[in-house]
Design a protein around this ligand. Structure first.
Ligand code: IMP
Length: 181
């Protein structure tokens, strides 16, 4: 299918993201102050920039791991059925774990991943999402920390894609289609 033409309107600036991450990292460091070595798990691919910025603000011992779940493919619709495409490298039993996600939309993806990881008996399991679209939720789930609540819009940038494009935008932008009348 040919791509519909669109423009991207800035929604959250790179500066605002950086400031929010600074605050969040302080809260996370306080919450895990008694942890020997925190396992920070990035949900691929959308969280790769967020996790990179977040861990560099965390002044504590950490380990980084990644997990990949199926998501939108190349479209704009959530698949609802979540599959694990790439699992963690390390065991998390008895460990303190923070899962890092780019955006919670219907909630299916992070809910599924958290249930899976919880079944592996970590000591503590928490989650953080940079963005949250509460109005789109289909399951009863919310991350322990959220960067920004946003309205029901399709967003890109800062790691988040539309059809595998725009992940390298430094800010979060909203996709606006500009179909000819
Ligand atoms: P959920 O399972 O519906 O909560 O969707 C979560 C996943 O869908 C995210 O990790 C993103 O990969 C993708 N997603 C949700 N909303 C957007 C969006 O606005 N732009 C790009 N990807 C999105």
């Amino acid at each position: 299918m040919p791509e519909r033409p669109y423009v991207i309107d800035e929604m959250i600036s790179a500066k605002a993201i950086a400031a929010r991450i600074e605050t969040l990292s302080r809260e996370i460091a306080a919450a895990f102050a008694d942890t020997d070595k925190l396992v920070v798990v990035g949900l691929l691919r959308g969280s790769f920039i967020f996790i990179a910025d977040l861990v560099r603000e965390l002044d504590m011992a950490i380990e980084v791991d990644f997990i990949e779940a199926s998501s939108y493919g190349d479209g704009m619709q959530s698949s609802r059925e979540v599959r694990i495409l790439k699992d963690l490298r390390g065991a998390i039993e008895g460990r303190d774990v923070l899962v890092v996600e780019d955006i919670v939309d219907t909630g299916h993806t992070l809910n599924h991943v958290m249930r899976l990881l919880r079944s592996r008996k970590p000591a503590r399991l928490k989650s953080i999402a940079l963005l949250d679209k509460p109005s789109r939720r289909e399951v009863d789930f919310s991350a322990d920390w959220t960067g920004f609540e946003i309205p029901d819009a399709f967003v890109v940038g800062y790691g988040i894609d539309y059809a595998q494009r725009n992940r390298n935008l430094p800010h979060i932008g909203k996709v606006r289609f500009v179909d000819p009348a």
